[in-house]
Design a protein around this ligand. Structure first.
Ligand code: SF4
Length: 370
C-alpha cells in the first residue's frame, strides 16, 4: 500500500522562520488548485495503486473549506481505495471553527495535526504565528469535542528566551490537551527566510542550548507517556503517524501539488514550487531528483531516524555479510561514546546520537561502502 501526500500551498501569512512553499491564500486560486489535484489523481485511475494513508500538508491545509477537502478525499478514495486509511490534515489553530471541523470529519479526515509550536504567547509572537495559546487550546478541545480521537500537535524548540523551564511548561501544556501525538522540532534558521539575519540568530538557542532543550523536551514527553519513535516524533501507544512511517520505512508514496515529493517506481521526483504552473498544467510537472534510488543507503539513512533503528540482517540482504560486519564495527565505536546502541540484530541511535545523526549516518554508510 502506498501513501498519498497533498501539498496545500496556501497560508494566511508567511511565518518568518518557514521555508516551506506557500503563497497567500485566495478563494479563487484554491478552487482551481483543488481541481488540479483531482485531475492529477485521476491519471492513476487505471494504474491499480492502492493507498492506505492520505496526508494534507502545507502550507496551511485548513484554509481550505470542508467541501474542498471532501472533493479531494472523494477522488482519492475512488482512485486509490483508501480502505481503513489514516487521513491527516495539518491545521493552523486560528483557521478552524466547530462547523469546519465537523465538515472535515464528514469529509473523512480522521487525524488532525495542529501547528501549536508553543504554549507561551511571547514565543508565538516571535515566531510570527497568528494564534495565541488560548486559540490553540480551544482549537484542540473543539476538535476532540466534535469527535476527533487522533490529534497531533507540533512544538517548536529553541525560540527566543527558551530555557528548560519554558520548554517544560510548553510540553506540560500540550500534554494536558487531548493529544496523542507530538512532534518536537528544533528551530532552524533557514537561508532566505525573514529569520535569516544575525539579529535573530543571536536571540534563538545556539547548538549547545538546543541540545539541552531537545533532551529536556524528550524526557518530559516520555514522562507524560509520549514514547519517542523517531528523531522528532513522540506518540501514545497506537498513535504513531502511519503516513510518516511510510517515509522512514522506505515505502512508496505519491505527492500532488506544487513542491510535493514522490517516491514511486524506484524513482524520487518532485513537482516544482509554482502554484500557477501546477494549476495551468494538464498534468503536474515533475522533476526527477533521483533516477534510481539506492535502497541500501535509503534504508540506513531513514531507518536510523527511527527509535527501533536498523536490522543487520536487512543490511546483509541489501549489501553483504562483510558490509554488515563493517557497519557493526563502526556502530560499536559510536556505542562506546553513548551515541548508538548495538543489539543482537539491530543498531539504533541514542538521543544524544540523534543530535549528531547526520555525521553518524554518513559514517555508517561509508562503512558499508568501504
Ligand atoms: S509555518 Fe506553516 S503557517 Fe507558517 S508559513 Fe509555514 S506553512 Fe504557513
Amino acid at each position: 500500500m502506498i501513501g498519498i501526500y497533498v501539498h496545500v500551498p496556501f497560508c494566511l501569512r508567511k511565518c518568518p522562520y518557514c521555508s516551506f512553499y506557500s503563497v497567500p491564500f485566495s478563494a479563487e486560486n484554491s478552487d482551481a488548485y483543488v481541481e488540479a489535484v483531482c485531475r492529477n489523481m485521476e491519471r492513476y485511475r487505471d494504474v491499480g495503486a492502492e493507498a492506505d494513508t492520505l496526508y494534507f500538508g502545507g502550507g496551511t491545509p485548513s484554509v481550505l473549506a470542508a467541501e474542498q477537502i471532501w472533493r479531494i478525499v472523494k477522488t482519492c478514495r475512488e482512485v486509490f481505495g483508501l480502505k481503513n486509511a489514516e487521513i491527516t490534515l495539518e491545521a493552523n489553530p486560528c483557521t478552524v471553527d466547530e462547523e469546519k471541523l465537523i465538515g472535515y470529519r464528514q469529509a473523512g479526515v480522521n487525524r488532525l495535526s495542529f501547528g501549536i509550536q508553543s504554549a507561551d504567547d511571547e514565543k508565538l509572537r516571535f515566531l510570527g504565528r497568528l494564534h495565541d495559546r488560548d486559540t490553540a487550546v480551544k482549537a484542540v478541545e473543539l476538535a476532540a469535542k466534535v469527535g476527533f480521537t487522533n490529534i497531533s500537535g507540533d512544538l517548536m524548540l529553541g525560540s527566543v528566551g527558551e530555557d528548560s523551564e519554558s520548554i517544560k511548561r510548553s510540553v506540560d501544556a500540550l500534554c494536558a490537551l487531548p493529544l496523542n501525538h507530538i512532534s518536537a522540532y528544533m528551530l532552524k534558521i533557514e537561508e532566505g527566510t525573514a529569520f535569516d539575519c544575525d539579529e535573530v540568530r543571536n536571540k534563538v538557542a545556539d547548538d549547545d542550548k538546543m541540545c539541552d532543550l531537545y533532551l529536556t523536551a524528550a524526557e518530559e514527553l516520555e514522562a507524560h507517556g509520549f514514547m519517542q519513535y523517531e528523531i522528532s516524533n513522540f506518540a501514545k501507544e497506537g498513535f504513531q503517524s502511519r503516513h510518516n512511517n511510510k517515509y522512514w520505512e522506505c515505502e512508496e508514496y505519491l505527492g500532488f501539488g506544487p513542491s510535493a515529493h514522490s517516491f514511486y517506481g524506484g524513482k524520487r521526483y518532485c513537482c516544482p514550487s509554482d502554484v500557477k504552473r501546477f494549476i495551468e498544467s494538464e498534468i503536474q510537472p515533475e522533476i526527477i531528483t533521483e533516477e534510481s534510488v539506492d535502497s541500501g543507503e535509503e534504508y540506513i539513512l531513514l531507518g536510523l531516524r527511527l527509535s527501533k533503528g536498523i536490522s543487520l540482517d536487512r543490511v546483509t540482504q541489501l549489501y553483504s555479510p562483510e558490509a554488515a560486519e563493517s557497519l557493526l564495527k563502526r556502530a560499536k565505536l559510536f556505542e562506546s561514546h553513548g551515541l548508538a546502541e548495538v543489539g543482537e540484530d539491530r543498531v539504533k541511535l541514542t538521543r544524544k546520537g540523534y543530535l549528531v545523526s547526520n555525521g553518524i549516518i554518513a559514517e555508517l554508510i561509508d562503512a558499508v561502502n568501504s
